[in-house]
Design a protein around this ligand. Structure first.
Ligand code: 2PG
Ligand code: MG
Length: 398
């Protein structure tokens, strides 16, 4: 049962128009699963290696497929992922590519769920998973590596924390995205969108805070439940020569901590991702210590979904939350290990998309299966709404 009989790999488009890996997994009892690898732009230094797509496909066909077909059961995710590691033989998937590995790993899970006739979240999380669905963090304004000539801070994320349902939350985020456009228009800042569908105006971070706060207040009045907002600073992208580089000058690490702590206070931020460089465990610990428990300080480039890096963070008290991206580590088993280590140690595990995405919906199921408090997957745009609409379907048992 669920013995893998065929693995197909092909090149397909991602949302930036770049090639990515799509994997198909078939089993002997009629199971079929298909998944696609996402791709980052502001990638962490310690992520598993994404190979050029043709190379990743050729190498996985040669090394991994023979170890899977007729050998491994798709329902046994640990064995699937162990076979991928054995085929690769490195500690960062630099031989078969994390892009091939993650696509195969997720496709196998989908094939197993298909055989069960169960939704993917149920196969991944089990029957007794909690009922809580994640609150979507919606990217409404952004810049950094995701848009040229826009804000220094990479993402301004609205968080409908009081929403009574995922459906209400998703629509509140879309309303905030629309409200931001109106406010920008009133202020004379016509603009396009960045890679994740957020508005990418050529304004200062200071003005972006005003705009987002105004939009969040307006939507909060309209929907009647609490809306807050947060950030992905993606500070590793700004850090060079010991200082953080902003359009209007630089900040030392100490100044950066003061600045972020001040923003958390001033805007009552619910979520701050990568406020400091990816090697700054100590700085993360200082900041986490300084702020109240009502704010998630989340490590993305800091932890890269990697248990060893997370363990280091736990020991130092760095951050209180981890961003979870399966392609940063290459398999679902490694991903779930990171989530388990996090939750056992009181860290919230927030599941996330990448800036380069596809219509794949695996992360909506992963966030549901693991009772993630938040999922970061944009507010608008087809590759983002694929996940948001899937969450609505999950909520409706559809
Ligand atoms: C991030 C992500 C997703 P990228 O930094 O959190 O928002 O961006 O995929 O470019 O790393
Ligand atoms: Mg990030």
């Amino acid at each position: 049962m669920t013995l893998i009989t065929e693995v197909g790999l092909r090149r397909v488009l991602d949302s930036r128009g770049n090639p990515t890996v799509e994997a198909d997994v078939y089993t002997d009892d009629g199971g079929f699963g298909r998944a696609k690898a996402p791709s980052g732009a502001s990638t962490g230094e310690h992520e598993a290696i994404e190979l050029p797509v043709s190379e990743a496909i050729a190498s996985a066909r040669e090394q991994a497929v023979p170890r899977l077909v007729g050998e491994v059961y798709a329902g046994d995710q640990r064995s699937v992922d162990a076979a991928l590691h054995a085929a690769d033989g490195t500690d960062d998937f630099s031989e078969i590519g994390a892009n091939s590995a993650v696509a195969i790993s997720m496709a196998a899970a989908k094939a197993a769920a298909d055989v069960l006739g169960a939704p993917l979240f149920q196969h991944l999380g089990g029957t007794f998973r909690g009922d809580e669905l994640p609150t979507p963090l919606g990217n409404v304004v952004g810049g950094g590596e995701h848009a040229a000539d826009a804000t220094d801070i990479q993402e301004f994320l609205v968080a409908p924390v009081g929403a009574p349902s995922v459906e209400d939350a998703v629509f509140a985020n879309a309303a905030a995205h629309a409200a931001v456009a109106d406010i920008l228009d009133e202020r004379g800042h016509a603009c396009g969108k960045g890679d994740e569908g957020a508005w990418a105006p050529s304004i200062t971070d200071e003005e972006a805070f005003e705009v987002v706060e105004q939009a969040v207040d307006a939507v909060e009045d309209e929907v009647g439940f609490e809306m807050r907002f947060g950030l992905d600073v993606a500070a590793a992208e700004m850090y060079d020569d010991g200082v953080y580089h902003y359009s209007d000058g630089t900040r030392t690490p100490e100044e950066q901590i003061d600045y972020i702590a001040g923003l958390i206070d001033e805007y009552n931020l619910v979520y701050v991702e990568d406020p400091l460089d990816e090697e700054e465990y100590e700085g993360f610990a200082t900041l986490t210590d300084r702020i109240s428990t009502g704010t998630l300080v989340c490590g993305d480039d800091l932890f890269v979904t990697n248990v060893a890096r997370l363990q280091e963070g736990i020991e130092q008290g760095a951050a209180n939350s981890i961003l979870i991206k399966p392609n940063q580590i290459g398999t679902l088993s490694d991903t779930v290990d990171a989530i388990e280590l996090a939750t056992e140690n009181g860290y919230d595990a927030v599941v996330s998309h990448r800036s380069g995405e596809t219509e794949d919906t695996t992360i909506a199921h992963l966030a549901t299966a693991t009772s993630a408090p938040f999922i970061k997957t944009g507010a608008v745009g087809g590759e983002r709404t694929a996940k948001l609409n899937e969450l609505i379907r999950i909520e409706h048992n559809a």
